[in-house]
Design a binder for this molecule. Structure first.
Ligand code: CU
Length: 180
């Protein structure tokens, strides 16, 4: 049986089925675009913090000075640090670790300086601050994200990297401890 070459008809009016699917697709695009506005207005997940430019080496030096000053212990080789109440805390992202483990007090406000030493990482922290307030944002080398946070509940919370950063990305989790 010979193959039949279909007639080339792209300049002819669209078939009803094709037109229907184009409309459905366009409608879906509009719906998804509108959902971004709804999400932004009613389900805030981003911290509207400020950011600064910084050289990764400079950030590493400042973070290490902070760790040395406020270190209270270590767990599995990762420093545990209790930053001053109402003060600044540093959080370094690097393949494949969040450093240090921060110990915060419930109801106190902290300014967390988060940045990356190597590649882009994603900081995901759910349900710790101000009730159902959650965080989900990119941590980029060369920039400090300043997060002003007030933990609303006590407990140990996991910080997850949600931006693929390399082979051991799935192991990249950190911790934040909130006490009374
Ligand atoms: Cu990652």
């Amino acid at each position: 049986m010979a193959l039949r070459v279909p007639e080339v008809v792209w300049w002819k009016p669209l078939h009803l089925v094709e037109r229907t699917w184009l409309l459905v697709s366009a409608g879906f695009l509009l719906l998804l675009s509108a959902s971004m506005v709804v999400w932004h207005a009613y389900l805030p997940v981003d911290n509207p913090g400020t950011s600064y430019k910084v050289a990764p080496e400079q950030f590493r030096a400042a973070a290490q000075a902070f760790i040395a000053q406020y270190r209270v212990g270590s767990e599995h080789g990762v420093a545990v640090v209790r930053p001053p109440e109402g003060g600044v805390a540093y959080l370094m992202a690097s393949r494949f670790q969040w450093t240090p483990i921060l110990k915060l007090k419930k109801g106190k406000t902290y300014h967390i300086y988060a940045s990356s030493l190597d590649v882009n990482h994603g900081l995901s922290l759910l349900g710790v601050f101000q009730g159902e307030f959650s965080m989900n944002f990119q941590v980029v080398p060369g920039y400090i994200n300043v997060l002003t946070v007030t933990p609303a509940s006590t407990g140990e919370f996991e910080i997850i990297c949600n931006q693929y950063c390399g082979l051991a990305h799935h192991l990249m989790s950190g911790r934040l401890i909130v006490t009374e």
